[in-house]
Design a protein around this ligand. Structure first.
Ligand code: A3P
Length: 289
């Protein structure tokens, strides 16, 4: 939007800072619909898995897309080939029900009282380890483009991850919405234990009718094995892009408790202490922390 003086008006600071993965213009001007579904997560909590699950449930089993981000876009992520207005136009043309992924906090999420929100949360220790490998597994081109350096050591990665605080900010901001009727909060450990039941929770929440055959396909295509085998569908910003990660490394291990192989007791304590300092007791209990 341009004022009569030709200037772009300043945005409300609630939409956040402009970064390579966060465009406040898109958030401020996005037009949410009642049928929209926003997958909201702290990074490395199973976001891509939830993108795939929802796309499979919506489509009844579709393997023809070349990048998951084409069919379930990342809401606030700028695209180098588009202005923010073009990005919004692309979103406006998507058929209902639209599904987006976001890492926004509750405050930054447009249409929070109108859209359907599905959260996936994961143990912060596993998220921290997963992020370490995420950085190590970037291609050299991605590293050059993003300017993200190799962490000098795992311990320094833990320090930077704690200082960045994205996991804590995200969970703290969403907890007050836990029992809202338009919010469904699923835990990674439950999805690992019994994905079929989690899928039923999702279809009940969204009031989607699916057949047993469609559900069986959704389960197969959302399995770790299937996604690992088709890693190239999940490791690009969109189908016009090259893979951002080394082959087969984005869908990496997919385990609960995998931090135990890398993290010292002292590192675990630092991560858990920060959680205990900033999160509500009920939230910690729910997250099994
Ligand atoms: P690991 O690095 O621990 O293997 P995000 O999509 O939020 O970046 O999360 C990535 C994590 O989700 C990675 O964890 C990845 O392996 C895991 N993941 C992706 N697909 C999965 C699936 N089908 N089942 C279990 N975990 C999956």
């Amino acid at each position: 939007m341009i004022t009569s003086h030709g200037e772009t008006p300043a945005l409300d600071p609630r939409w956040g800072e402009n970064t390579p993965t966060h465009d406040p213009q898109v958030l401020a001007h996005f037009e949410p619909r009642h049928s929209d579904i926003l997958i909201t997560t702290a990074p490395k909590s199973g976001t891509t898995w939830m993108q795939q699950i929802l796309h499979q449930l919506r489509s009844g089993g579709d393997t023809h897309f070349s990048s998951i981000n084409d069919v379930v876009p990342w809401l606030e992520k700028p695209n180098a080939h588009q202005t923010w207005q073009q990005r919004l136009q692309q979103f406006a043309e998507l058929p209902d029900p639209r599904i987006f992924k976001t890492h926004c906090t509750a405050e930054q999420t447009p249409g929070i009282d109108r859209v359907n929100i599905i959260l996936s949360s994961r143990d912060p220790r596993d998220c921290c380890v997963s992020m370490y490998h995420h950085i190590l597994n970037m291609t050299e081109a991605t590293r050059a483009q993003t300017g993200i350096p190799y962490p000098p050591s795992f311990d320094q990665h833990v320090e930077q991850w704690l200082a960045g605080g994205a996991w804590y900010r995200n969970i703290k901001s969403w907890w007050p919405y836990y029992d809202h009727t338009n919010v469904l909060w699923l835990r990674y450990q439950d999805m690992k234990r019994d994905l079929a039941t989690c899928m039923t929770q999702i279809t009940d929440f969204l009031k989607w009718q699916i057949t047993a055959e469609q559900k069986a396909r959704a389960l197969e295509y959302s399995s770790f094995e299937w996604m690992k085998q088709h890693d190239e569908k999940f490791s690009r910003q969109d189908s016009t892009d090259k893979p951002l990660f080394k082959p087969g490394q984005f869908i990496r291990k997919g385990e609960v408790g995998s931090h135990q192989q890398l993290m010292t007791a002292e590192q675990e304590e630092r991560i858990l202490n920060q959680a205990h300092q900033c999160l509500d007791k009920d939230c910690l209990r729910f997250l099994e922390l």
